[in-house]
Design a protein around this ligand. Sequence first.
Ligand code: 13P
Length: 252
Amino acid sequence: MRRKLVVGNWKMNGNLAQNKTLLDTLVRDLRGIDHADFAVCVPYPYLFQAQAILSGTNIAWGAQNIAKHGAGAYTGEVSAAMLKEFDSSYVIIGHSERSNAYCESDANIASKFAVAKGFGITPIFCVGETLQERESGVMEYAIANQLDFVLSVSGGALLDNAVVAYEPVWAIGTNKTATPEQAQAAHSFIRERISALHPGAAESVRIIYGGSVNPINAAQLLSMPDIDGGLIGRCSLDAADFERICRAACQF
Ligand code: 13P
């Protein structure tokens, strides 16, 4: 039985005062709820604040990107060792907002995945199709390509304790959510694909859904057998919404 995981992706939002209110509220309202795992992935400058407020609670924290290099002359990059200094448990890798805007290649994403794992940080590896890919019938091909590259570079053992996020690009920030059936079909396809390459990893790897999850649609999505949690954008910035999604995850 896979435990559900709900992760907030704050993206480029927040400030010290708002973060404090949001995190203090989540700590108070999620205290003692232990049927699922919870985390927030915050902008780099707020890792220290997240660590200070969330240490010793049932909410983990992490970042939204990681450098593929260890250290050196890479202006603007942040290394795995730096994330580890702030006890980051998770890092989002390959989010479409990054891969599109910064032309992140599959090879880069695969390197970042391996680097995170090497430092004991759980990668949340995002895959998903564009609307054009879905409408032209190549959705599975597109997702398989993204998965295969990382899986073939990383090997099955690296999937232990890793997370895959299915994020259909057309559902991110659009208020268009995949129906539970559409999301389940994609998650089941991802699990089968992992199984074909690394049979041992497929049953345990958590595949979470991201794309306009909100307190209204969360329970239906999270009730599906291959949806092991959510990666939440906008609704992770509102303590009450995020709490309701976390509580929905605990029902299953
Ligand atoms: P929204 O929940 O705002 O659609 O964002 C989803 C997302 O990109 C999570 O990584």
